[in-house]
Design a protein around this ligand. Structure first.
Ligand code: ARG
Length: 577
């Protein structure tokens, strides 16, 4: 979609050309002197040099061409040759009645990797931003017309699984999974819950740190799993089932949707084929018994170590399955871009893998690999958010805390659906806060601040949006129709029109920076402008019917825009609040 900058820029360009000045484009900027005009054209200075004329005389010629154009309520020359302009209501009305806030489909495919849950380990607060930012970026891509595929890339085949299975073998040696001679059918039920797993992993992990023997046994168990030993693999499938159910529950709460629930275990199956492919190229070298792909480049400021492909004991690593995942994605889907929404501390890992993928032609020359790393969510002490006793906080517990706060604050007049309304509000608080700080910065998690109905918060946006909806509903109940805009009342109204014009600029900016803060900021600014208008006018009581209709239609546009943006951010809007 276009905004009206394009229209004004084309007018300006045509006027310049008609006066005999050759220009490719005529960039219009917001004016830094709003008292003289809303927008400004500053290109005359340059033309003056080229055509050896005074800037003021060129500007005057152009203004003479445009001064009767109905686009502008005023256009004038200021200072040494700036052209200031203010848009006419007529132009704005026509524009806003005809603009559609949508994009047409294109044929590009963007593959997004986010979520990144680890099986048999609880999701922790570190996984929150990946799910929130990732899901919003996916929806943004879709909104802008791209095709998308999302994959959560589960951590499901490495060390943690070896640890958990080892500990289970100690607690339940009688389980048939551990009987190497077992030949029958494995049971369909297993006495194991997600709660058990949540307790077992930290215990086993602690044991491996304290007891060298235990660590060795765990490494051995990981190998047995990676060699697909029958019983171990069957048990692993059970663990996957139990753990995935729980992971999906939390992703559902966050509105994080994945087309694929693939993981490291799927990539592991591709490794032999990839190694075979790599064998034919000259990119893998031996180093101290291991196989690596050197990836350093001449102008690196810091030395980038080679990507480890196969350990000296023959084992594979995080980077091996990562590369195999790219291999698989290219083969299966051939995306134009792959975006990774992962903790920014994994930067080096991705630099190595991306370079290796390019060097080995696993991706096409045109394929873009994008590492969209995010900063940490910290507690008020500025350190990564912890539980009261200093442990890593489970994501589920964090969501419960925020929900309690929302329930506490929920209007007591609301009787029905309190729980689901509080859930929506809580998720809006968490998500909005997560995205209002730019992707790469760390931020401090402050439940009270984020749950407040005032300021840059999810609940504030929800509350205001619901109020717009109820105004529109009231109008409909009273049989009042609103189908177009025919009047702009004053500068307070006009401010909303001018802000609406920034819609596509904001979305495209977010797309380019892979950060949602432009959108969250814009939502806040547009909503605040609207609230100002709302508090200064009694829309339904307005006796001028044309004005009342215009105000209602404007409300509908702002409401629709808010709903679209909230949907991109994957924030639900409750019925009441
Ligand atoms: N499971 C990883 C973690 O918890 C995140 C996975 C990110 N995605 C990827 N393709 N490596 O740190």
């Amino acid at each position: 979609m276009d905004n009206f900058y394009k229209i004004i820029e084309n007018k300006m360009k045509d006027a310049l050309v008609s006066c005999g000045y050759e220009v490719e484009e005529a960039q219009i900027n917001e004016s830094n002197r709003p008292d003289l005009g809303e927008y400004q054209y500053n290109g005359v200075m340059n033309l003056a040099k080229i055509y050896h004329k005074s800037p003021v005389s060129i500007a005057t010629e152009v203004v003479n061409v445009l001064k009767n154009d109905s686009t502008f309520s005023s256009i004038s020359v200021a200072g040494p040759g700036f052209i200031n302009m203010t848009l006419s209501n007529e132009f704005l009305i026509n524009y806003i009645n005809n603009v559609s806030f949508s994009y047409s489909k294109n044929d590009k495919l963007i593959f997004l990797d986010y979520g990144g849950a680890n099986v048999a380990k609880s999701l922790h607060v570190g996984h929150l931003r990946s799910a929130n930012i990732g899901e919003a970026l996916k929806r943004l891509c879709e909104f802008l017309g791209y095709n998308t595929i999302s994959d959560t890339h589960l951590g499901d085949f490495g060390r943690p699984l070896g640890l958990v299975i080892l500990e289970l073998s100690k607690r339940h040696p009688e389980w048939v999974y551990f009987d190497k001679n077992f030949n029958g059918e494995y049971p369909s039920e297993i006495a194991l819950t997600n709660k058990d797993l949540e307790e077992i992993y930290p215990y086993a992990s602690m044991m491996a740190k304290e007891d060298e023997n235990y660590l060795k046994e765990a490494q051995d168990m990981t190998k047995r799993l990676q060699n697909y030993e029958k019983g171990i693999y069957e048990l692993w499938k059970k663990i996957m089932e139990i753990s995935k159910r729980d992971i999906k529950n939390i992703y559902d709460r966050l509105n994080a949707t994945f087309d694929l629930y693939k993981g490291e275990s799927d990539a592991e199956k591709i490794v032999p084929e990839m190694l075979n492919y790599l064998d034919k190229l000259n990119v893998v070298v031996e180093s101290e018994g291991a196989k690596v792909i050197p990836v350093s480049e001449e102008d690196d400021k810091l030395e980038i170590p080679p990507m480890l492909l196969i350990k000296s004991d023959g084992g594979i690593l995080y980077s091996t399955t990562e590369l195999a995942t790219i291999y698989d994605r290219m083969k299966e889907y051939s995306p134009d871009e792959i975006w990774y929404i992962v903790d920014k501390r994994q930067d080096l890992h991705f630099t190595q893998v991306f370079r290796a993928a390019r060097k080995a032609n696993i991706i096409k020359g045109t394929t873009k690999l994008v590492f969209a790393g995010f900063g940490t969510m910290n507690g008020k002490d500025g350190k990564p958010f912890k539980t009261r006793d200093g442990g890593v906080m489970k994501l589920e517990d964090l969501l419960s805390l925020v929900k309690e706060e929302s329930l506490k604050r929920l209007n007591s007049n609301i009787i029905d659906n309190r729980d689901s309304i509080a859930e929506d509000i809580a998720m809006s608080a968490v998500k909005y806060a997560d995205m209002i700080s730019s992707r790469e910065s760390d931020y401090i998690f402050d439940i009270e601040k984020f749950s407040s109905l005032e300021g840059k918060t999810g609940p504030f946006i929800l509350y205001s949006t619901i109020r717009m909806r109820s105004l529109l509903n009231k109008a409909s109940e009273q049989g009042i129709k609103y189908e177009k805009i025919s009047k702009i009342n004053n500068l307070i109204d006009k401010d909303i029109y001018l802000k609406l014009n920034d819609f596509n600029k904001v979305l495209e900016c977010s797309f380019n920076s892979k950060s949602l803060n432009d959108i969250t900021d814009y939502l806040y600014n547009l909503t605040t402008s609207y609230n100002r208008f709302y508090s200064e006018n009694t829309v339904l009581k307005e006796s001028d019917e044309e004005l009342r209709e215009s105000w209602l239609y404007l409300t509908k546009i702002v409401y629709d825009v808010n709903m679209k943006l909230l949907n991109i951010l994957a924030i639900n809007v409750p019925e009441v609040m």
